[in-house]
Design a binder for this molecule. Structure first.
Ligand code: F3S
Length: 402
């Protein structure tokens, strides 16, 4: 891989230990993937922030990078941590875990990383625009940035995203290049899709069809006329989870779709496939549910307003977590939504989510409107799941759905 003079200095260690380590990571990645050069990035998003995932070894690595002089050169934000930084006690997080999680965040902060912990950075000030090269790690956010915003990111790991932050560069391969953005499978949707829950089901059905077709996985999805931010973030999370997708195109909805004709290879998602996707995520009976969560990916302020209207003057009957970003919660505070929601007994779990928080063994069955959360609830925590619409999920929390 060809390096500029400044990049060679970084690799030689003339800009400090952390930068040298970062360059070594990027150079190794570039060699593996056949990149010919590095490309400057305008923004970074780092995943693997929860101490539950990082453990002692991950924390030590971060502290060494901070001590080695690592400083973010571009806007860098974080994926959800393992706890609500301000309200962890109310969520039943152990003090020892909280202490270690705090050390993780302090290490990032010392490196100049903005410690906004969210999987929807594009709603909280980290918003790249069309054609910009970025290095993001959270799979749903990478898919959103590539597909909906038209920015260019590979799906980074924690160390490679940090390395990009500390050098301001990433290897130019994969989705940074035009040729990798061309769709290779036409997903024909022949049924009406509406609401974030149905878009999540579509992501599961389409993602599994893409895997079965053995395609590299840039889908050209036809049959969708319009989609809201909430519906697209749900589709991105689900398609990334079940199809390994980091990019898709929807004609009339996403910005690059018009550049391509529909690929010849095609699969169809009809009502039956959608029903099967929903059915597969419903192995828990309603009366088994002891944990309810909304906000995978993190809720928008619009969704929080809907939730407040549904909970107004009522009491929830089950542990109910509302996960969102800190800046979104601050708007909810100002609008009075927080008061309404908390008066119902539901809890805000800000900076975190029901997947990265250390809750294995605490619950038995999760109800949610997120297909992605269902996948990880089982894969990570062995919870049974119920998957239904936003409104039905709230009704279940209220004990009104039997
Ligand atoms: Fe976000 Fe956690 Fe879901 S990081 S996409 S809320 S699994």
């Amino acid at each position: 891989m060809e390096l500029t003079q400044e990049e060679r200095q970084m690799l030689d260690g003339r800009q400090g230990r952390a930068v040298r380590k970062s360059m070594e990571i990027l150079a190794a990645l570039g060699e593996i993937y056949g990149a010919r050069r590095l490309v400057p990035v305008s923004s970074v998003q780092i995943a693997g922030v929860s101490y539950d995932n990082l453990g002692e070894a991950g924390l030590k690595f971060l502290e060494e990078m901070a001590e080695g002089g690592g400083r973010a050169r571009v806007l860098t934000t974080l994926n959800p941590a393992g706890m609500d930084v301000e309200n962890w006690q109310a969520l039943g997080i152990e003090p020892e875990f909280a202490r270690q999680q705090q050390r993780v965040l302090e290490a990032f902060q010392r490196m100049g990383v903005t410690v906004t912990c969210t999987c929807t950075p594009y709603l909280s000030g980290n918003l790249p625009h069309y054609g910009q090269h970025i290095a993001w790690a959270e799979s749903s956010a990478v898919c959103y940035a590539n597909s909906v915003l038209g920015a260019r990111s590979n799906r980074e790991g924690g160390p490679s995203a940090l390395a990009a932050a500390l050098t301001g560069r990433t290897p130019a391969y994969g989705y940074h290049l035009d040729e990798a953005r061309r769709p290779d499978l036409h997903v024909r949707v022949t049924t009406q899709i509406e609401g974030s829950y149905q878009f999540g089901a579509l992501g599961k059905a389409a993602g599994e069809a893409m895997q079965a077709a053995g395609k590299r996985s840039v889908a050209y999805i036809s049959g969708i006329e319009r989609a809201s931010v909430e519906e697209l973030k749900s589709l991105c999370a689900s398609l990334a989870t079940y199809g390994g997708a980091a990019l898709f195109h929807i004609p009339g909805v996403t910005p690059e779709a018009a550049a391509y004709p529909p690929p010849e290879a095609q699969v169809c998602v009809d009502q039956r496939a959608l029903d099967q996707a929903v059915e597969a995520l419903n192995d828990a009976g309603r009366d088994e549910i002891d944990f309810v969560s909304l906000g995978c990916p993190h809720l928008t302020i619009h969704e929080i307003a809907r939730l407040a209207a549904l909970l107004e003057g009522r009491r929830v009957q089950r542990e109910f977590w509302i996960t969102t970003a800190r800046p979104t919660k601050q708007i909810a505070d100002r609008m009075g939504y927080t008061r309404t929601i908390e008066a119902s007994g539901a809890k805000f779990a800000v900076d975190t989510c029901c997947v990265v928080a250390p809750i294995q063994g605490r619950f038995h069955a999760l109800a949610t409107d997120s297909a992605k959360a269902c996948y990880y609830a089982f894969a990570k925590n062995r919870f049974k799941t119920r998957f239904q619409s936003f409104e039905e999920t709230v009704a279940l929390a209220l004990g009104e759905l039997h």
